[in-house]
Ligand binder design. Structure first.
Ligand code: COA
Length: 371
């Protein structure tokens, strides 16, 4: 058995920031136009009028102030309200693999070793470019690596499931170094005409290199990894290749992200808090002594509540990192952005937690110790 280390991380932030005000202005223009176009049917009670969104609600309910997106032009056009991302010829790398490569290149540069020393690529994300070939294989090809790669999807928990898989490959000797990449173009699966959820997500890509402890200089010892899934219908995306076979037709909105936000809040907070505390205790760690939490960035109130339950006190902003305000929910990448941007001030032996949670339900915990 070999110990695994998080050796380096990388982050790719798309060029366009989209504020709540811009998003709400577009949404409310769409609402006005819809209500005007359907005035007679609304008057007759045949059609429900749409209700405007508000910047104040979004910030208070979610903690989100802005998000990054790969295309902004379509998202601020009330006639479009989806990202405009032209198809690419097969000879070109796909956009999801491309942003994954950008994050991976930064991680590899920080690692300081050639990509050829990586044995495997795991592309762990919520929504894949296509069924096959795998994006991971495109990323492998773009980085000029041997070995193997594949895609895996555990929704918002994909990164911690990916880190555990990588750590297990290291432990068993299947690989000496693994690249785990999380490209998320969440704007592609978000219904920007849905008032309840149009503000939730943002685009980004993150990358993590996990390697054998004997080969690593610095980095973070992985003290333990744990995964959990419990079936729930409260977060779904029913998009898939069998949609075209359904006599009902493709139809909105369940082929995009849908959730019962309140239920998710109520059910996921206790599940994740208990999982963290139990896993810490099983590893001989005091959860209240953790120096920092890098939680999945779902919702400010959810993250603060989990932070309080785990640390047993009101966490400081340094203890419970929030990047939601700038990036929004970036699905699998959220906890990795938090870890990547805010891992300073740790001395050798200090411990922290990377934790994800999301659809499935799924949750993953990765306890790390600074080397
Ligand atoms: N603008 C203005 N008002 C809005 C609105 C919007 N965009 N969306 C909803 N509202 C209104 C509702 O109509 C409702 O009004 P009412 O009280 O008069 O009926 C009120 O705000 C509360 O709506 P609700 O949907 O209950 O809000 P909430 O406080 O639960 O917040 C979420 C919604 C989605 C932010 C929240 O439930 C959440 O984040 N849950 C966690 C789920 C999660 O993070 N999932 C991501 C995957 S891990």
């Amino acid at each position: 058995m070999h110990h695994a280390v998080i050796a380096a991380t990388g982050l790719y932030t798309p060029p366009h920031s989209l504020s709540n005000a811009e998003l709400v202005e577009t949404f409310n223009t769409y609402v006005e136009r819809f209500n005007a176009a359907n005035a007679a049917a609304i008057e007759a009670g045949e059609v429900q009028p749409l209700v405007p969104s508000s910047v104040e609600f979004i910030e208070k309910a979610s903690g989100i102030k802005s998000r990054y997106v790969v295309d902004k032009s379509g998202l601020v056009d009330p006639e479009v309200m989806r990202p405009i991302i032209p198809e690419r010829p097969n000879e070109e790398i796909s956009i999801l693999a491309e942003i994954g490569v950008k994050a991976a290149e930064q991680a590899i540069a920080r690692w300081g070793k050639p990509a050829s020393q990586i044995d495997a690529v795991i592309c762990a994300a919520s929504n894949m470019q296509r069924a096959y070939p795998a994006m991971a294989v495109e990323i492998q090809q773009a980085l000029g690596m041997d070995g193997f790669g594949y895609d895996m999807n555990v929704a918002c928990s994909s990164a911690t499931f990916g880190i555990k898989t990588a750590a297990d490959y290291i432990a068993t000797g299947s690989a000496r170094a693994v690249l785990m990449v999380n490209p998320e173009i969440t704007s592609g699966h978000l219904n920007f005409r849905d008032r309840d959820s149009h503000f939730i997500f943002g685009d980004v890509a993150t990358a993590v290199i996990v390697e054998r402890a004997e080969d690593a200089t610095g980095g973070w010892d992985i003290l333990g990894t744990r995964l959990k899934t419990v079936f729930s219908n409260n977060i779904r995306n029913n998009f898939g290749f069998l949609n075209r076979a359904a006599p009902e037709g493709i139809g909105q909105p369940d082929k995009l992200f849908v959730q019962e936000g309140r239920k998710v809040f109520r059910e996921v907070v206790p599940m994740v808090s208990e999982m963290i505390v139990e896993h810490a205790r099983d590893l001989g760690l005091d959860p209240t002594a953790l120096k920092r939490l890098w939680l999945h960035q779902a919702n400010i109130n959810m993250n603060e509540l989990i932070g309080r339950r785990v640390l047993g006190r009101e966490p400081t902003p340094q203890e419970n990192v929030i990047i939601l305000d700038e990036y929004a929910n970036t699905s699998s990448a959220g906890s990795i952005i938090a870890f990547h941007k805010h891992n300073d001030g740790f001395g050798a032996g200090d411990t922290g937690l990377i934790c994800s949670f999301g659809a499935g339900y799924s949750a993953g915990t990765v306890f790390v110790r600074k080397r």
